[in-house]
Design a protein around this ligand. Structure first.
Ligand SMILES: Nc1ncnc2c1ncn2[C@@H]1O[C@H](COP(=O)(O)OP(=O)(O)O)[C@@H](O)[C@H]1O
Ligand SMILES: [Mg+2]
Length: 366
């Protein structure tokens, strides 16, 4: 059922967030700016978002009694990562609205459902083949000249649970390494650049998009984002149109990030979607009138969406692992804005914070 108009929540209302990572933390900070209170639900007692929230629950995502209590104590619920068990959402939603809706969550949790859904809209995705066992994997790899990437259908992020397959790899070994769970093989796309678009959508179907940005990954993890993407106006408009179309088709209330590959011939392929704040949107905190986090709060609370205008260009650099040790250096750097996530232990590959470097505004490309 489409969610018609969302009744505005008054300041003082409580937003429940499933998940306690940095995305929840930055959403909580944005909520506080608008006078809302935040209740974080997360199994980790030291979760970054709990450090900046009013109330928190430390319990697992399948503890139905605690989920019910949580739902009863908040006015709206959202989530900051996709891998929330569906039981959590089905327990909460009869009591308190969950925004974005459970369908958007289910589709984005599973790479096969996700790519089937996007293709059903007539939007091009990375060519893909679902695989359920090593024999299927062998067959698909042979048809691709034994080159591609195998990803688990579920529970992948920051390159986890995915592996590039080379001609010498044996399908049975690759399959076992992946844990033997249903997966997807994708053609390895040689793209010109990677871009993403974040779109916000309100309960009455209004959308607002941010300028497309360009993303650079190292070892499958986002390293930096350049805003705006160095692309022509036509490509930018096409990318924004794709993001809007997907958000509309999901009847999404909240925000949606769409990752895309831009090929040499200017065509776009959707890589994946995320119905939540996205790492490639962190620059919006410092360089846009309304950040992606505030926009999420506005959408789910049923108040008008904010202005997505970019007032500065920006480059966002993730502080991954040891890079966070240089925090003092970033504080001294003119034009740099430091954001640390309050994580006590540095681990290789762990996102500890980010720095946004503001640049003079350039007009969007023509
Ligand atoms: N089919 C592909 N072709 C080329 N590069 C890819 C492909 N799939 C993934 N990548 C690279 O790996 C990164 C992470 O993969 P992605 O599917 O987005 O998973 P995650 O959920 O870990 O972000 C992508 O941003 C891209 O740089
Ligand atoms: Mg990705």
């Amino acid at each position: 059922m489409p969610e018609v108009s969302v009744k505005p929540l008054e300041p003082g209302a409580v937003i429940g967030i499933l998940g306690g990572g940095q995305l929840g933390r930055m959403t909580g900070l944005a909520a506080a700016c608008l006078g809302y209170r935040v209740h974080i639900y997360c199994p980790d007692p030291f979760a970054p978002a709990k450090q900046v929230s009013d109330v928190s629950t430390t319990a697992s995502y399948d503890d139905l009694a605690r989920l019910t209590e949580f739902a009863q104590s908040v006015d709206v619920v959202t989530f900051e990562f996709e891998n929330i068990p569906s039981i959590a959402v089905s327990t909460i939603s009869p009591i308190t609205p969950v925004r974005p809706n459970s369908r958007a969550l289910e589709i984005s949790q599973d790479r096969i459902l996700e790519k089937n859904f996007i293709s059903s809209l007539g939007i091009a995705t990375t060519p893909y083949w679902p695989v359920r066992d090593a024999v299927e994997l062998e067959r698909v790899l042979n048809s691709l000249n034994r080159s591609g990437v195998l990803k688990s259908a579920r529970l992948g992020y920051d390159g986890k649970n995915q592996t590039r397959v080379n001609s010498s790899d044996r399908a049975s070994v690759v399959w076992d390494e992946m844990g033997g769970k249903t997966g997807i093989v994708e053609e390895w796309v040689s793209f010109d650049r990677e871009i993403s678009v974040i779109v916000a959508r309100s309960g009455d179907g209004m959308t607002r998009v941010y300028d497309p940005v360009q993303n650079c990954h190292r070892c499958y993890i986002l390293e930096h984002t350049i805003a705006p993407a160095r692309i022509g106006r036509d490509v930018a408009e096409a990318a924004c149109g794709i993001a809007r179309e997907i958000a509309d088709a999901l009847d999404l209330v909240g925000i949606l990030a769409v990752e895309m590959f831009l090929k040499d011939d200017s065509s776009l392929l959707v890589n994946e979607i995320a119905p939540r704040p996205h790492n490639s949107g962190h620059w919006t905190i410092d360089a846009c009138v309304t950040s992606q986090f505030e926009q999420l709060v506005r959408a789910i609370c049923g108040v008008p969406l904010g202005d997505t205008t970019r007032h500065s260009d920006a480059e966002m650099q993730n502080l991954i692992g040891d890079a966070a040790n240089d925090w003092l250096k970033y504080l001294e750097e003119p034009g740099a804005r430091l954001h640390l996530y309050g994580k006590s232990h540095i681990r290789p590959g762990r996102k500890m914070g980010h720095v946004t470097r503001l640049k003079p505004l350039t007009p969007n490309a023509t």
